[in-house]
Design a protein around this ligand. Structure first.
Ligand code: ADP
Length: 954
C-alpha cells in the first residue's frame, strides 16, 4: 500500500474516505480476528495434519529441526525431543552426503521453489533407509525463514521396485535369449513382439516386422496361413493350440520346418497370443540320421554271417538275427525269450555261467571260444564276442554277443595237428604196431576209432596183414583179401563209406563176401604211396549207423596220405634197420665163412698135395697108388664143388645170372638125377626112389634146364648127405600152372627156427647142425636164388631128427616138341657104350690126360691135338670125327678161329667148347660162334657126359 500512487482528493472525499477507512479498518479488525481465527483454525488443521500426516514432516531453519511430527520420529527412530534443535546432519551417513543433499535442494528450491530427491538416511539404530525428501521454503522470498520438509520412507517401495525391475529384466533376458522363437501377436495376427531366436529364425530384424500382420508377410504359404487363422480362432476362445507343423520361408530364402505351440494370453486386458516356434531342421536331420542308422544297423545285423544275439539280464534271448538262425538252427520265434542253455551243451554250462558273471558283474568284455549245440543236436564250435550294454548311469541293461561258427576252422586245425602228430609219431614209435596204435589215438578226437584197423597189402603174395586191429567183436592178425570189404577198397582204389544196406547190396551182387561181424557202418580209405595202394585204413561201428558221415570220409581221406607216408616211412626205416642187421649179420657170416672156407679149401688141398707127394714114390703098390689117386680125385672134386658154388653165388650176387629158356623133357632130368645119385646112395645104404607125374610127351616144358638140374642136384645131394639111414624120395606133381617138386629124406632134419636161415648165404657153420658134414653153406642159397629166378618159391617142412622135405614150385610152361636127336635120353649107362670118334684140342697136358681118362668109357678112338690149327688139320684129314672138344684159349690158333674154319666146311659136326672162364657170357659167346655146347673147366665127367649125351646115345 505504501507504494500506492498519490492522487488529489477532497475533504469530504477525505472524510468519506476516512469513514470508509474506519469501516474498512473495523472490517479489517473483524477480518483480522477472522483471519486470526481462520489462521488458528488453519494452524490447528495444519498441526493435526502435521501430526497425522502419513509422511515424516518437519521444519528446519539453518538446517536445525524446529518442528517434527511423530511420523518422522517413527521413520528416523529419534523422538521429537531428540530431533528438536538438532542439526539434520544426524540423519546422514556422511557429511558429504549431508552437504550434497543440502546443496541440491537449495539449488532446486531457488529454481523451482521446491526441492526433491531420493536420499539415504541413517536411522538412530544405524539402519539405512531410502527416503523421498521434499523441501519447500516457508517464505519463498526469504529463505532464511526456514523450510518445511516431508520425508517418505520409500525403502520398501524401492525394494519392491528393484525386485520388480530385476524380475522384469530376468524375464526379458529369458524372453530374448530363449532358444525357441517366441513371438507375441494379437488375435488378428499382428506381430507385437518377438525374441532374438525369432528374428534369427525368420532372418529379419524385429523392427521391420512389428505391427505387421502374419497374413501380409510371405513367411507361410497359403495352406499354412489357413492353419494359422484356425489356430488364432481357437486362441481367441482361450485355447492352446499346437504343436502344429509349418513350412517357413525365411528371409534368407530357405524353407525350414517349424513347429508352433500357441497360448492365449491377456496383457492389459488385451487378448493376445504367445507363440513358441521351434526349428525342426536339426530334429528332422537327427531323426533322419537315426532312421539311416537304424537301417544301416538292420542291414548289418541281417546280412552279417555273425550271429548277433542280445540277452536280457536273465540270460534270455532278446534279439536273434538270421545268422543266429543259421548257425544254431532255431528261428527267431523259437529262440526269443529262451534261456541260453538251449544252445549250450551240459558240459559247458558251468563254464558259461562263469563267463556270464564276468560280463554282468565285472562289466567286462569277453572273447571266448566255446562248444555249442545246434538244434539238430550236433556240437559246433563258436567264437563269441560278448559285451555288456549299459545305460547312462553305467548300469547294465543287456548283453550283446556276436558268435561265429568256427567248427570248420577248429576241425581243420585239429586235423592239421593230427597230421603233424602222425608225421612225428614215426620217430617216437619203434615198431609198426606201436605207430599205428599211436595213429589210432591221434585220430580219436576227430573220429570214432573204437573199431579200427589198418590192413597192409602185399602185392607179391596178394595177402593182407593186420599190424593193428582194435575191435569190439573180432580179432584178426591176417586175412586173405578174397572178397573182403578191405579188398574191395584195394581193388577200387577208392574210399568206401558203406552202411548196412550198401554192404548187403555189395554182398548180394557178389562183389564182396563178409568176413567178421556185421557192422552198422563201415568206412575204409585206401592208403596210397605214389599212387600204389599199400593198404587200407578202416573204421566201423556195430551200434551207430550214423557214426561216420561224408565229412568224416573226406577228413579221413585227407589224413590218409600222411598215414600212408608215416607207415611207409616206418616200414622203410624198419627195412633199413633190418637190412643193417642183415648186413651186420652177413658181415659176421662172411667172416665165419672165410674161416670155414679156409678149412674147407685146406682140407682137400692138403689131400691133393699130400697124396700127390706120396705118388712120387716108385715103390708104391698099384693098390695104394689107386687109392691115393682116388683120394686126390675126391679132394679135387670137392675143391671144384666149392669153386663152382663160389662162382655161382658171386654171379647171383652181381645180378648177372640169366635165364636161358629152352624146351626140354622134365622126366629126362629126373631120370638123370636118379642115375647120377644112385651109386652114391647105394654106397651109403640108402634107398633112392623117384616119381614122375607126367607121361613123357607132356613132360616137355619150357624153362632153364641148367638151373633145374642144379636145383635138383643140390637138394638130392643134401638129402643123401644129411641122411644116415632110411630113404630118399623125390619127384614132382603138377597143379594148375605150377610144377611142384618134392625131395624127401629121413635124415637129421632141421629145427623149425632154422627153416628160413638155411636158405641164407654162408649159413652152415653157424647153424651147428652139420658140423660133421662138409660144405660151405652156399648150396641152398644158390638153389633158392635159382628157384626165384625161375619165378617160383622154395620152402621146407621138417622136424629135427625126423627128416626133411624140401618143396619148390616153378611155373608150368609147356614146351614144344623137340627134334629126335634132342629128345634122346641122357643117361649114363655104363653097360651100353657108344664108341665115338672124338677129337680133342687142348694145350694143357694134364687136361689132355684127364680127358683121355674120362672119355675112355665112351670112346676107343680119341685124337688129342695141342692147338686149334692141329685140330683143324686132324679133322680135315680124318673126316670121320663125331664130336670135337675144343678148348677156347690155345696157342697158335684159338678155339673160336678153329671152330669157324671147321664150321665153314661142316655145319653138322658137334663142337663143344671147353673153357676155364665159367661165366654165362662165355657160354653165350661160344654158342653164338658156332659151338653146339659149352662145358666149363675143370672138366667134370658128369657134365661132359651130359653135354655129349645131348647129341649121342652114350
Ligand atoms: P652145405 O654146403 O652146408 O650143405 P647148404 O646151403 O646146401 O650148405 O645147406 C645149408 C645147411 O642146411 C646145411 O649145412 C645143413 O645144415 C642144412 N641142410 C640142408 N639140406 C638138409 C637136409 N636134407 N637135411 C638136413 N639138413 C639139411
Amino acid at each position: 500500500m505504501t507504494n500506492k500512487p498519490e492522487v488529489n482528493i477532497t475533504a469530504s472525499e477525505e472524510i468519506a474516505l476516512l469513514k470508509k477507512r474506519i469501516s474498512e479498518l473495523e472490517n479489517l479488525e473483524i477480518k483480522r480476528d477472522e483471519v486470526i481465527r481462520i489462521l488458528n483454525e488453519r494452524d490447528d488443521t495444519l498441526k493435526s495434519i502435521f501430526r497425522v500426516a502419513p509422511a515424516g514432516m518437519g521444519m528446519i531453519r539453518n538446517r536445525i529441526f524446529i518442528e517434527t511430527n511423530p511420523l518422522l520420529s517413527k521413520i528416523t527412530g529419534y523422538s521429537h525431543e531428540e530431533l528438536l534443535g538438532k542439526n539434520t546432519r544426524i540423519l546422514y551417513t556422511t557429511h558429504k552426503e549431508y552437504e550434497s543433499v543440502g546443496e541440491e535442494h537449495y539449488g532446486q528450491i531457488t529454481k523451482h521453489g521446491i526441492g526433491s530427491s531420493e536420499i539415504i538416511w541413517k536411522r538412530k539404530d544405524e539402519t539405512l533407509i531410502d527416503v523421498l525428501l521434499l523441501t519447500t521454503p516457508i517464505d519463498q522470498q526469504n529463505l532464511q525463514k526456514g523450510f518445511t520438509f516431508t520425508a517418505l520412507d520409500i525403502t520398501e517401495q524401492k525394494r519392491a521396485k528393484a525386485a520388480l525391475q530385476s524380475s522384469e529384466e530376468r524375464l526379458k533376458v529369458i524372453f530374448e535369449h530363449a532358444p525357441d522363437s517366441i513371438y507375441l501377436c494379437d488375435l488378428k495376427g499382428h506381430i507385437i513382439d518377438g525374441n532374438i531366436a525369432a528374428e534369427k529364425m525368420i532372418g529379419q530384424p524385429k523392427d521391420e516386422l512389428l505391427g505387421k500382420s502374419i497374413f501380409d508377410l510371405n513367411f507361410l504359404n497359403q495352406k499354412d496361413l489357413i492353419k494359422v487363422s484356425k489356430m488364432l480362432e481357437k486362441n481367441a476362445m482361450g485355447l492352446k493350440t499346437g504343436p502344429d507343423k509349418f513350412k517357413l520361408n525365411t528371409k534368407r530364402g530357405e524353407k525350414i520346418s517349424i513347429e508352433i505351440t500357441a497360448y492365449p494370453i491377456e496383457i492389459d486386458k488385451n487378448k493376445l497370443v504367445l507363440g513358441i516356434a521351434r526349428d525342426l531342421t536339426e530334429r528332422i536331420k537327427a531323426e533322419e540320421l537315426n532312421r539311416e542308422n537304424e537301417q544301416r544297423m538292420a542291414f548289418h545285423v541281417n546280412q552279417t554271417p555273425l550271429a548277433v544275439i542280445e540277452w536280457d539280464l536273465n540270460f534270455k534271448v532278446k534279439r536273434w538275427n538270421p545268422a543266429a538262425e543259421h548257425i544254431f538252427g532255431y528261428s527267431v520265434a523259437e529262440a526269443e525269450g529262451k534261456h541260453a542253455s538251449f544252445i549250450i551243451p551240459e558240459s559247458e554250462m558251468s563254464h558259461m555261467n562263469q563267463i556270464w558273471m564276468e560280463i554282468t558283474l565285472l562289466k567286462g568284455e569277453a572273447k571266448k571260444t566255446n562248444k555249442n549245440r545246434h538244434k539238430n543236436g550236433n556240437i559246433i564250435v563258436c567264437d563269441w564276442y560278448n559285451t555288456p550294454l549299459m545305460n547312462e548311469d553305467g548300469d547294465i541293461i543287456a548283453v550283446a554277443s556276436h558268435a561265429l561258427d568256427v567248427s570248420e576252422r577248429v576241425r581243420a586245425e585239429e586235423i592239421q595237428k593230427v597230421i603233424y602228430n602222425i608225421s612225428n609219431a614215426v620217430n617216437s614209435n619203434d615198431n609198426l604196431t606201436k605207430l599205428i596204435s599211436h595213429i589210432q589215438k591221434e585220430l580219436t578226437p576227430i573220429i570214432d576209432t573204437t573199431n579200427f584197423y589198418i590192413a597192409l597189402y602185399n602185392k607179391e603174395t596178394d595177402s593182407l596183414s593186420l599190424p593193428f586191429f582194435a575191435d569190439e567183436k573180432d580179432q584178426f592178425t591176417t586175412f586173405p583179401p578174397g572178397k573182403s570189404l578191405t579188398a574191395y577198397v584195394i581193388k577200387s582204389r577208392k574210399t568206401l563209406l558203406a552202411n548196412h544196406n550198401t554192404i548187403q547190396q555189395l554182398e548180394q551182387s557178389g562183389e564182396i563176401e563178409r568176413i567178421g561181424s556185421d557192422s552198422k557202418i563201415w568206412l575204409g580209405v585206401p592208403l596210397k604211396i605214389e599212387n600204389e595202394v599199400i593198404g587200407v585204413l578202416a573204421v566201423q561201428s556195430y551200434s551207430d549207423p550214423d557214426a561216420y558221415s561224408e565229412a568224416d570220409m573226406k577228413m579221413l581221406e585227407f589224413v590218409s596220405d600222411q598215414i600212408s607216408l608215416s607207415i611207409h616211412r616206418k616200414n622203410t626205416e624198419l627195412g633199413i634197420t633190418r637190412a643193417l642187421e642183415r648186413a651186420t649179420e652177413s658181415d659176421r657170416l662172411k667172416s665165419s665163412f672165410l674161416a670155414n672156407m679156409s678149412h674147407e679149401i685146406r682140407t682137400p688141398m692138403n689131400g691133393i698135395l699130400g697124396f700127390a707127394n706120396l705118388l712120387k714114390n716108385d715103390k708104391l703098390s698099384e693098390k695104394d697108388r689107386q687109392q691115393y689117386i682116388h683120394i686126390i680125385e675126391k679132394s679135387g672134386n670137392r675143391m671144384l664143388g666149392i669153386i663152382n658154388d663160389l662162382i655161382d653165388i658171386s654171379k647171383i650176387e652181381s645180378g648177372i645170372t640169366e635165364l636161358i629158356l629152352s624146351d626140354f623133357n622134365l622126366n629126362n632130368a629126373l631120370d638123370y638125377i636118379y642115375s647120377f645119385f644112385k651109386p652114391e646112395a647105394e654106397i651109403k645104404g640108402l634107398k633112392l626112389s623117384y616119381s614122375k607125374a607126367l607121361v613123357a610127351e607132356s613132360a616137355l616144358i619150357k624153362s632153364d634146364s641148367e638151373k633145374i638140374y642144379a636145383i635138383l642136384i643140390n637138394l638130392v645131394k643134401n638129402a643123401i648127405k644129411y641122411t644116415a639111414v632110411g630113404e630118399i624120395d623125390f619127384g614132382y606133381s603138377v597143379a594148375n600152372d605150377f610144377i611142384r617138386f618134392k625131395i624127401k629124406d629121413t635124415g637129421i632134419g632141421i629145427p623149425e627156427d632154422k627153416h628160413e636161415a638155411i636158405f641164407n648165404r654162408f649159413v652152415q657153420a653157424n647153424l651147428k647142425l652139420s658140423s660133421s658134414f662138409e660144405g660151405v653153406g652156399l648150396g641152398l642159397a644158390i638153389t633158392k636164388a635159382y628157384v626165384e629166378l625161375l619165378g617160383g618159391k622154395i620152402w621146407i617142412e621138417s622136424e629135427h631128427t625126423k627128416g626133411s622135405t624140401f618143396y619148390f614150385e616153378i611155373p608150368y610152361i609147356k614146351g614144344e616138341k623137340m627134334k629126335n636127336t634132342e629128345e634122346q635120353q641122357i643117361s649114363v649107362n655104363e653097360t651100353v657104350k657108344s664108341k665115338l670118334k672124338i677129337l680133342i684140342a687142348e694145350d694143357d697136358v694134364i687136361n689132355q690126360k684127364l680127358f683121355s681118362y674120362i672119355l675112355r668109357d665112351i670112346s676107343d678112338d680119341l685124337t688129342i691135338t695141342d692147338n686149334g690149327a692141329e685140330a683143324v688139320k686132324e679133322y680135315t684129314e680124318r673126316n670121320d670125327i663125331d664130336i670135337i672138344l675144343m678148348d677156347l684159349k690155345m696157342p697158335k690158333m684159338d678155339g673160336y678161329t678153329a671152330t669157324r674154319i671147321i664150321r665153314e666146311k661142316d655145319k653138322d659136326i658137334k663142337i663143344i667148347a671147353l673153357s676155364a672162364f665159367a661165366m654165362e657170357t662165355d657160354r653165350k659167346k661160344a654158342l653164338e660162334n658156332g659151338f653146339n655146347d659149352y662145358v666149363s673147366k675143370p672138366i667134370k665127367k658128369v657134365e661132359l657126359y651130359k653135354a655129349i649125351g645131348k647129341y649121342f646115345d652114350i
